[in-house]
Design a binder for this molecule. Sequence first.
Ligand SMILES: [Fe+2]
Length: 291
Amino acid sequence: MALPPELFVLAGPGLALGLAFGYARFVEPRWLKTTTRCLALLPLTAGADRIKILHLSDLHHSDSVSLRYLRRSLEWAVQTQPDLILLTGDYITTRIDDERFLEILKLLPQAAPTFACPGNHDGGPWAQAMAGYATTGPIQRLLEDAGIRYLGNDWTLINVKGVAIAIGGMGDLWAMQCEPEAIQEPFNTAQADLKLLLSHNPDSKAKLAALDWDLMLSGHTHGGQFRLPILGAPFAPIKDKAFLVGLCPYGNRWIHVTAGLGNVHGLRFNCRPEISVIQLVKRGQGESAGT
Ligand SMILES: [Fe+2]
C-alpha cells in the first residue's frame, strides 16, 4: 500500500533536523582541516626569510573530545613541520581525568619549541564555578611535565632560525587573571625582531593594547562552533564578533583567532575544527590568507 503524500510532508522537516543533528554530532566535530595563512611581519634584517608557526587551541579534553581524536589531531598537526608551536588555552573542559593526555601533549614539544597560555576552562574562579579547578596549577603542571613552556602573565625571549622573538602569555580574561601590568615593563623594552602575545580570549585585546605586540594569538571562540545561515554564530562567547576567527587587523597590528581542535557539548556545525598554520615572511612581501 502506498504511503499518503501528507506523511512525507510531515516527516520531511523532522528528517532534515535529524540528519543535521547527526552530522553536527558525529561528523563535523572530528572533520579536521588545516588552514594556512601568510603574514609579512619579519623585519627585512631578520636572520630567516620564513618562520612557520603552528597555532592550536581549545583541545577541550573531555567526554565529548576523545583522547583518540586528540592524538590523531596532534599527529596531523606536527606533520606541518612547524618552527614554533603556540597554544592558546582550554586544554580541558572540566578536569584532567585521563593521564594519557600527558603523553599526547608530549608530541608537540618533540616537534618544535612549544609555548602556552591558559584559557577560562583551565582553572580560576570561572572554571571552579563550572566544577573545574580553582587554580591553573594542575594545567600548568601538566603542560610543563609534557615539556611545554607555560606563560601565565609571563614572557620569554627565544631565537628561532636566527630571529629574536619575544613571546608573552596572558592569564585568562574570564578567570580575571589577565594582568598586562605584570609583563609590561620587560615585554615592552625587550629587544626583539618580533613580539607575539598569547591571550585566550580575543576580547582581551583592548586591555592588552598598551603591550608592544605585533601579533596576538587567541582561541576561545571555537570559530563560533555553530554557524547558521543568516543568524551567523549566535552562541559565540565574545562581545566583538569581528574577531570570531581568522587573521584580523587591529590598528597596525594583527590578531589571529583559530577555531580550535575541540568543542563543548560535542557539537560543531558549519565550523570545522582547525589546525592553524601561520607563515611569517619578511615585511613588504604582502599579506594573504588562504585555506
Ligand atoms: Fe574553549
